[in-house]
Design a protein around this ligand. Structure first.
Ligand SMILES: [Zn+2]
Ligand SMILES: [Zn+2]
Length: 222
């Protein structure tokens, strides 16, 4: 049972597989449900969402797997996160995630809280040196926080896990896959336990929280 809400296709510019091939490979890797969330900002949102949705709808209908088309708002000015998220929703994005303040890149400070507070972002990806205050706000607003399987971002996973747990916010494990770095059940376990969390946390992070997000995306999860 593997869920992943952060995958990149060639529409991202820095990833290699076209959306349909990416979807095919994810299904073969055992994914039960997933989202393709390509990098976008204000100018690219309409094109990326339109092209991605067409391919995702094709793969979803022909292969019968719940796949969602979204964007990862990436390096947009913190003051413009809300505007870009609105554009993405208006363009038909089914899920909106925001590229958080990873320690691996010079993301503008203030991006985390802008994403959490705008009310249009489902998942804050790799939030880096997340503060307890921001985690509390994420808990209040139902924004999911990410433990990244990608090594460069995973440097901060221990802190993200501790702060999120303290604030009682919801965690997900995502791959941030740009090629063949798909998640597996073993990899998900390793990310959760490696971040300092316990066996008792596994079910919430790897099943309960993904199912909650899927319901929000409109999927009837039994
Ligand atoms: Zn990328
Ligand atoms: Zn990403």
């Amino acid at each position: 049972m593997v869920y992943d809400f952060h995958l990149h296709s060639s529409l991202s510019g820095d990833a290699e597989l076209g959306p349909v091939e990416l979807a095919r490979r994810a299904i073969v890797a055992g994914y039960r449900a997933f989202a393709i969330t390509d990098h976008a900002a204000l100018g690219t949102v309409p094109r990326v969402v339109a092209e991605l949705r067409a391919d995702v709808e094709l793969a979803r209908s022909e292969w019968g797997v719940p796949i969602f088309a979204g964007v990862e708002l990436t390096h947009v000015p913190a003051s413009a996160v809300e505007r870009c998220a609105r554009e993405a929703r208006d363009a038909g994005a089914e899920i909106v995630i925001c590229h958080g303040e990873t320690v691996a890149e010079p993301v503008q400070p203030g991006t985390n809280i802008a994403a959490i507070q705008c009310g249009l972002v489902d998942v804050l990806a790799h939030p880096g040196l997340l503060t307890v205050e921001d985690a509390h706000e994420a808990a209040r607003r139902g924004v999911f926080l990410e433990l990244s399987s990608k090594p460069a971002h995973a440097v901060a996973n221990g802190r993200v896990a501790r702060v999120t747990k303290e604030a009682d916010a919801a965690l997900l494990v995502n791959s941030d896959n740009h090629l063949f770095d798909f998640l597996s059940e073993q990899r998900c376990r390793d990310v959760v336990l490696g971040a300092g969390l316990n066996e008792q946390d596994l079910d919430a992070i790897l099943r309960v929280n993904p199912e909650r997000l899927l319901r929000r995306l409109g999927l009837a999860v039994p």
